[in-house]
Design a protein around this ligand. Sequence first.
Ligand code: ZN
Length: 153
Amino acid sequence: MAKRKIVQYGDETLRRICRPVDKITPAVLTLLDDMVETMRAADGVGLAAPQVGILRRIVVIETEPGNVIELINPKIIATAGEQEGSEGCLSLPGQFGIVRRPRHVTVRAMNRHGETVEISGSDLLARAFCHELDHLDGKVFIDRAIRMLEDDE
Ligand code: ZN
């Protein structure tokens, strides 16, 4: 595994639409491993492939330490409820904003074994699904923020 450089806001890479993965190759598995290592090294709870410069539909999430969720070609298939809360991003260090997201989210994706999985999450995990999947379509949380937080909030 290797740590990769995290693309910072302002880089066009973060505004591109990512392409689906059509085959799980060794390069995809290496990317997943590297993304997990990079996310952990940066103390993040999620990371999307464009954040390490790869325009593929891949995200990793770890809202509960030790429970890594790897999603390839993820799609949100159901949402319910609503939550408002603070959000940040490894590509925008030091910036936080209030973002409205669904309270419950179910995603369908492929795992590293090429199997289709459906995972449901609430609260922070639901927020992470939405935030990371947005990255695959060139969106970042400040596009959706109701307002940004000041340093003393
Ligand atoms: Zn982000």
